[in-house]
Design a protein around this ligand. Structure first.
Ligand code: FES
Length: 167
């Protein structure tokens, strides 16, 4: 005949502890499994963002084609990463040569983004949307634009004008 000497109260405490331990173990395993599945998926989805370039230098014009005092619009194409594919995108900027060198002015109006036009006879940029006016340097003369036109870094190298365009 066998006797069970264990105290029922001890058993209840042990069972509670066992259940608590199992609960924690299952929780840890679940977190590990979710991490193993979600981690690679997030990595895959975010990979184009990680690969995205911040910008690059582009040769846009022969330096000899821009006379001092001139403002010229130039268009160029850049291959950029858009989501999961590489696409060619066309951009246009204004180049102005002054005594201080070449300046590259972005055509997007700083009010609501319309493309400004250069009026060579009046030496100014005019925004067709709400009549914003900027001088040759891109500074606001009148109208609603809150700040000057944006500028891009420029360098002249190897007889070419290069601009740094963020993408
Ligand atoms: S968008 Fe250029 S003035 Fe409004």
């Amino acid at each position: 005949m066998s006797h069970n000497n264990s105290n029922p109260q001890d058993d209840t405490v042990k069972n509670k502890e066992r259940r608590k331990f199992l609960g924690i173990a299952v929780g840890v395993i679940n977190i590990a499994l979710i991490g193993a599945i979600v981690g690679p998926v997030l990595g895959f989805v975010a990979s184009p963002l990680k690969r995205r370039k911040k910008g690059e230098w582009v040769a846009v014009l022969d330096d000899s084609h821009l006379a001092p005092g001139d403002v010229k619009d130039v268009s160029f194409t850049m291959r950029i990463r858009d989501g999961f594919q590489d696409v060619d995108r066309q951009y246009t900027v204004f180049l102005r040569k002054s005594d201080d060198g070449v300046v590259c002015i972005d055509p997007a109006c700083t009010h609501l983004g319309c493309r400004v036009k250069y009026q060579s006879d009046q030496h100014r940029f005019l925004c067709p949307c709400h009549g914003g006016v900027f001088n040759q340097d891109g500074d606001v003369v009148s109208g609603p634009p809150p700040r000057p036109l944006d500028k891009h870094p420029v360098k002249v190298e190897g007889g070419k004008i290069w601009i740094y365009k963020e993408v």
